[in-house]
Structures are given as structure tokens and as C-alpha cells.
Design a protein around this ligand. Structure first.
Ligand code: PLP
Length: 391
């Protein structure tokens, strides 16, 4: 039973609470073991040793080599570094990406376009999936890099990265994938060699904000992005975020261990969907069997998604109308428009992203409030009133 003053957080794709074990792992490195890992006294050596161990623990979870992992400040930095660094390390001047990437990918590529690079953008089908066959028509001898995300941050739709990697590698082109939403939600085995580079972020999987990873497969050519004092083997300058790194290692271990719980997250999502079935003019985005287990994305006719989010928030429910970084935008999401969703309908988007903390009681309460929200907001919409409400 949900109390009226209870708060329900269903915006885990935007950020997750830091797990208790993660806080405990970080704590000593904030105050007791605060040495600079580059110092050669005992304090520094101890911090350095812990960073090395953290890198090994993460590598074990992701099935890669520790020397393939570079700590960054998060997903945005990892994406920018991969795109700028890999483009600049190549003599070729063209990039291929998709229309549905996160802004930290799209805007990095836009920035490169100002420096004489060219970009081609893959479309998606109506389910929000990139169509690999289109890639064949875009690849040419001047293609320096292909970058397509593993799972979309708005719809949760999984992309056909296996097929994309196969095509990229057949043409000898490096393949980078933004896996910020995927890690901890789907199995990842980097030993298979599908990816030449991949980005991760701590705060999407129960870790702290401001820490992330760029995975670079051995042999991947990349230019450094932050020039500094030689940290991260000379590829990413700046004193390491030791507490963040320690928290991230614990968060990754816990998230990988918890992968088996994702089936129950998926069944809670299905229960929610069932409870919402009688809302008319509601359109599910993506195919249920090809989305992240916890993400449910729906567009409602005659409702503004941000009004819906505010209504839910006033009732103690925290969801999202698009990605967190675009939630103030007036325009509908580029992801939904790329899927061919009509402009007006795309404005009525709601993203609910669950994790293992959410319960059936919570989602049933959410369904109840959401139904009232949709009918209340529609009754305030003049066009809807004219079309569907008796005078
Ligand atoms: N890529 C994707 C798919 C994301 O969802 C996000 C964050 O929302 C990012 C990149 C950026 O990550 P960070 O917030 O760590 O900069």
C-alpha cells in the first residue's frame, strides 16, 4: 500500500541513487586516504595501488584487460574523447553515426563538422532501431569512425550493434559505442572484440556522478583529449578522482551481480503496462522484446509531456518526458522525430525507467495517478475538448 506522502522514483535512466556499499567504498578515500596518486610517498602509493585494483576489478566484470580502461569524468567526456580522439588519430575525414545518439555524441560530431570533417546520420525504423543495411550505403574509403549507441537513453531501444560491428570491421573501420544506458542492464562481454571503444558513466548504475570510463581495445588508435601531467598513461591528464574510481568499481561489481534481477524489473514493467492498457490514445515506443528491461516509453495524444511530469511530481512521482539533459527543451525529442513519430504526438512523451528498488505497489499507484493525470490534462486541452468532450 502506498502512503500519499511517499515518493516514487522512476527516473533511473536520468540518474540513480548511490548505493550504500558504494558510499562505504568511497568514504576512506575522501578523508583518510586522500593522497595524490602521483605522489611517491606512502599516501600516494596507497591511493595508486587502490586505483590499479579498481581498474582490475572493473576489467574482470567487463571481460577486458585493465590497461584497456581509462577513467574519465563521465559519459559526456568519454563520448567527446572517443569521437575527437579517434577522428583525429585517423587520416580519414568522415564519420557515421545515428540520428538518435545522445547530445554528447551528436554535438561532438557537430563540433568536428566545423573542422572540415563530414558526418552521415543513420535513420531508424519506426521501432527506434537503426537499420544496419543502411550502413552499407554510407561507408566509403574516407570513413574514419562508426559510432552507434548500445541502448537509447529515451526509448531504451537496443541497437543492432553486433551487425554494425561486423560491417564496420569488415571494412576495417573502428566501431565506438555509447553504452552509458546499457551497462548493468544487459550482459556485456568485451572479450568478444565487437567494440574498439565504449563509454560508461558511474551515476547510471548506482555509482557517483562525475566519474566514467572510456574502454579502448588494445590497438585502437586515439589522440589524448585532456593534456596534462601524464595520468592515465599519458592519455587523460588530471589528478585521478580516487573516491569516484573506488565507488565506480563497487557500483560496477554490484550492477553486474544484479543482472539476474533484471527479469523481475521487466515483469514489474509489464505489470505497469497492463495497468495502463485502458488509457486511450497512448502509444508505446519501441518493441517490448528489444528495449532495456526497466524502460517504458509512451506518447500520449493531447497531452504535453512536461505537464505530465509536473503533475506526477506534485503527486510524489518522479519520471521524465525525455532525457534529463533535454528536459527543459520546448521542441520534441530528436529521437522520437527520427522514429517518424508526428511532432504533436512526440510532445506527449513520458519515460518511466524502473530499477530493482521499484515494487509492484509503486507501479500500480503510478498507473492510477497517471490515468488521472492524462484525463485531467486532456480536459484542459481545447482541441481535445472540441473533438471528444460533449458540450
Ligand atoms: N550517453 C547516454 C546514452 C546518456 O544517457 C548520458 C546521460 O544521460 C550520457 C551519455 C552522459 O553521461 P554523463 O551524465 O555521465 O555525462
Amino acid at each position: 500500500m502506498i502512503q500519499s506522502n511517499q515518493q516514487i522514483y522512476v527516473d533511473n535512466a536520468a540518474s540513480t541513487p548511490v548505493r550504500d556499499e558504494v558510499v562505504a567504498a568511497m568514504q576512506p578515500f575522501l578523508q583518510t586516504v586522500f593522497g595524490n596518486p602521483s605522489s611517491i610517498h606512502k599516501c600516494g602509493i596507497y591511493a595508486r595501488r587502490n586505483i590499479d585494483e579498481a581498474r582490475e576489478r572493473i576489467a574482470y566484470c567487463l571481460k577486458c584487460h585493465p590497461d584497456e580502461l581509462y577513467f574519465t569524468s563521465g559519459g559526456t567526456e568519454s563520448n567527446n574523447w572517443a569521437i575527437f580522439g579517434m577522428a583525429m588519430a585517423s587520416e580519414k575525414k568522415e564519420l557515421i553515426t545515428s540520428q538518435i545518439e545522445h547530445p554528447s555524441v551528436l554535438n561532438a560530431i557537430k563540433a568536428l563538422e566545423r573542422f572540415a570533417y563530414k558526418a552521415a546520420y543513420l535513420k531508424t525504423n519506426s521501432f527506434g532501431e537503426v537499420v544496419p543495411e543502411e550502413l552499407e550505403t554510407l561507408i566509403n574509403l574516407n570513413t574514419a569512425l562508426i559510432t552507434v549507441m548500445l541502448a537509447n537513453n529515451e526509448t531504451g531501444v537496443l541497437q543492432p550493434v553486433d551487425k554494425i560491428s561486423e560491417l564496420a570491421h569488415w571494412h576495417n573501420i573502428p566501431f565506438f559505442s555509447d553504452a552509458v544506458q546499457a551497462i548493468g542492464n544487459v550482459e556485456l562481454d568485451l572479450s568478444k572484440g565487437l567494440f574498439d571503444a565504449m563509454s560508461f558513466s558511474g551515476h547510471k548504475l548506482g555509482g557517483p556522478k562525475g566519474i566514467g570510463i572510456l574502454y579502448l581495445r588494445r590497438g585502437t588508435k586515439i589522440e589524448p583529449f585532456l593534456h596534462g601531467g601524464g595520468q592515465e598513461r599519458g592519455y587523460r591528464g588530471g589528478t585521478e578522482n580516487v573516491p569516484g574510481i573506488m565507488g565506480l568499481a563497487t557500483a560496477v561489481e554490484l550492477a553486474i551481480n544484479d543482472l539476474k534481477k533484471k527479469q523481475s524489473v521487466q515483469s514489474i514493467k509489464l505489470r505497469l503496462l497492463e495497468a495502463l492498457h485502458d488509457i486511450p490514445m497512448a502509444h508505446l515506443s519501441g518493441r517490448l522484446d528489444n528495449t532495456l528491461p526497466g524502460t517504458l516509453h509512451i506518447c500520449f495524444d493531447y497531452v504535453d509531456g512536461s505537464d505530465l511530469v509536473r503533475y506526477l511530481s506534485m503527486n510524489g512521482i518522479f519520471a521524465s518526458s525525455s532525457s534529463a539533459c533535454a528536459s527543459n527543451a520546448k521542441e520534441p525529442s530528436h529521437v522520437l522525430l527520427a522514429m517518424g513519430i508526428p511532432y504533436e504526438l512526440a510532445r506527449g512523451a513520458l519515460r518511466i525507467s524502473l530499477n530493482e528498488r521499484n515494487t509492484i505497489d509503486e507501479v500500480l499507484y503510478l498507473a492510477h495517478v497517471l490515468k488521472t493525470a492524462v484525463s485531467t490534462l486532456r480536459s484542459m486541452n481545447a482541441e481535445y475538448r472540441n473533438m471528444y468532450m460533449k458540450k
